[in-house]
Design a protein around this ligand. Structure first.
Ligand code: PNS
Length: 164
């Protein structure tokens, strides 16, 4: 059985993430959406449980995915879960340097391969951090995140954006 990891912070999950997971799920028997527990980013907007809940809801149409948390090295998590591949979305050339470096480091560590999917053009500008920023100041993110996530962002930032 071919298992792949789609790792990330998912704070919050965007339509770009959903697109990459959906397309990965067509190519692998099983896809583990691996949510990092110890992101270097100091402040998270949503708790791990909230992120998991949103992911589970927006990916519920995919029978061959599961959502797991991990901490430490991704390659160790991959080994423990029998995943032979990592799938990442590449939005622009600016992603490439760092993603290539991580892919090569991971390959060096355990031999795991990383597959890059080109992000669908309509999502090439999207990132969770920009979505958070737009939502924080009351901007419309409904074309960038699933409706459930847009609702959660509005609830989280509702008061703050009215004050800003
Ligand atoms: O959504 P993000 O924040 O861009 O995801 C980055 C993530 C979690 C995929 C990356 O930071 C990662 O794989 N971290 C795990 C730690 C690790 O294995 N580091 C060595 C990578 S070469």
């Amino acid at each position: 059985m071919a298992t792949a990891l789609c790792p990330g912070s998912f704070d919050p999950v965007t339509l770009g993430h959903v697109d990459i997971v959906e397309r990965s799920a067509r190519h692998f028997d099983e896809v583990i959406v691996a949510v990092i527990r110890n992101p270097q980013k100091a402040q998270s907007l949503f708790t791990l449980e909230e992120r998991q809940e949103m992911l589970a809801e927006v990916l519920s149409h995919l029978p061959n995915i599961r959502i797991e948390f991990f901490k430490g090295l991704l390659v160790e998590f991959a080994k423990d879960h029998g995943a032979e591949s990592i799938v990442k979305g590449l939005r622009a050339i600016s992603d490439f340097d760092y993603e290539l470096q991580m892919a090569q480091m991971n390959q060096q560590l355990t031999g795991i391969d990383t597959f890059f999917l080109s992000t669908s053009p309509q999502y090439s500008f999207l990132s969770s951090s920009l979505v958070r920023e737009v939502a924080r100041f009351g901007g419309d993110v409904s074309s960038m995140v699933p409706p459930l996530v847009a609702k959660r962002l509005a609830e989280r930032y509702g008061d703050a954006s009215r004050e800003a």
